[in-house]
Design a protein around this ligand. Structure first.
Ligand SMILES: Nc1ccn([C@@H]2O[C@H](COP(=O)(O)OP(=O)(O)OP(=O)(O)O)[C@@H](O)[C@H]2O)c(=O)n1
Ligand SMILES: C[C@](O)(CO)[C@H](O)COP(=O)(O)O
Length: 246
């Protein structure tokens, strides 16, 4: 990476190399969920378009699976948008590959956003950028937990199988649900992800988002109020209700 210039730029990076296993209907072959059409457009196009609504975002870089043949059509004509076939085995690998490929200075900001969150409102994106720039610290969109929280027994297992029982009620006070975008300095994020991936192998550290890698590296990312519309399409039934208000 180059030296940090006086005015760091802000780019967005969209990991879009997943297969959407949980969103697939058993026994039916389907496109990865990011290419499913919602309100006339592929979900990925909605997610990228949402990022482009803030003119401070200089570029959106989409990282897709190596043999992806759909992305060019899905994103055709969008300004300030490029895509690369460097998807990895996990989301963290995909993000790290995307960072390595981008010509970024360590001090540039990167907004990592799921392809599977097509409903990001412009105001929520703006809130995150404003908060991180003002504090000069990384952060993420998130929502305080609104429901009563239960922990299941047995502790591992398919939560949707219907064979789980309650082990205990968990105090929701102070708990948040992490969303994306998650905004960090490029240099710090790349180092944190590399370190976290090494520890994942050696110590079983779990990294499901960029913030978990940053936390493991000793940072305490800002929690910025997200939006109920910024949900992640995860299960088959999510497509219909997310589409209904896109
Ligand atoms: N190896 C991977 C895995 C996930 N992702 C991306 O990470 C985002 C959030 O992940 P998730 O919702 O878990 O997507 P999938 O991994 O596709 O879903 P599933 O776990 O159900 O297979 C998505 O934009 C997905 O495409 C990625 O780029 N590379
Ligand atoms: C990054 C993320 O969307 C934050 O909620 C999430 O951690 C990634 O999705 P996964 O379903 O846990 O793989």
């Amino acid at each position: 990476m180059r030296e940090t210039p006086t005015h760091p730029k802000i780019i967005a990076l969209v990991p879009a190399a997943g297969i959407g296993a949980r969103a697939a209907i058993p026994g039916k072959s389907s496109l990865p969920k990011q290419y499913q059409v919602l309100a006339g457009q592929p979900m990925l196009r909605h997610a990228v378009s949402a990022l482009l609504t803030d003119t401070r975002v200089a570029e959106v870089r989409v990282v897709v699976a190596e043999h992806d043949t759909i992305v060019a059509q899905a994103l055709a004509g969008l300004p300030r948008t490029v895509w690369r076939p460097y998807g990895g085995d996990t989301r963290a690998h995909t993000v790290l590959n995307g960072l390595a490929d981008a010509a970024l200075s360590p001090g540039d900001w990167v907004l990592v956003h799921d392809a599977a969150r097509p409903g990001l409102p412009r105001e929520a994106l703006g809130r995150l950028i404003d908060a991180c720039l003002a504090a000069d610290e990384g952060g993420l969109l998130a929502l305080p937990v609104a429901d009563t929280m239960k922990r299941q027994t047995p502790p591992t297992g398919e939560a949707r199988s219907g064979r789980m029982r309650i082990h205990e009620t968990v105090d929701r006070n102070g708990l948040w649900l992490a969303q994306t975008p998650q905004m960090f300095r490029a240099g710090q994020l790349a180092s944190a992800l590399k370190e976290a991936l090494a520890r994942e192998l050696e110590q079983g550290l779990v990294i499901t988002d960029e913030a978990s890698a940053m936390e493991a590296a000793g940072f305490s990312p800002l929690l910025v109020h997200g939006s109920g519309r910024n949900v992640k399409v995860t299960w088959p039934e999510d497509f219909a209700w997310v589409e209904s208000w896109l």
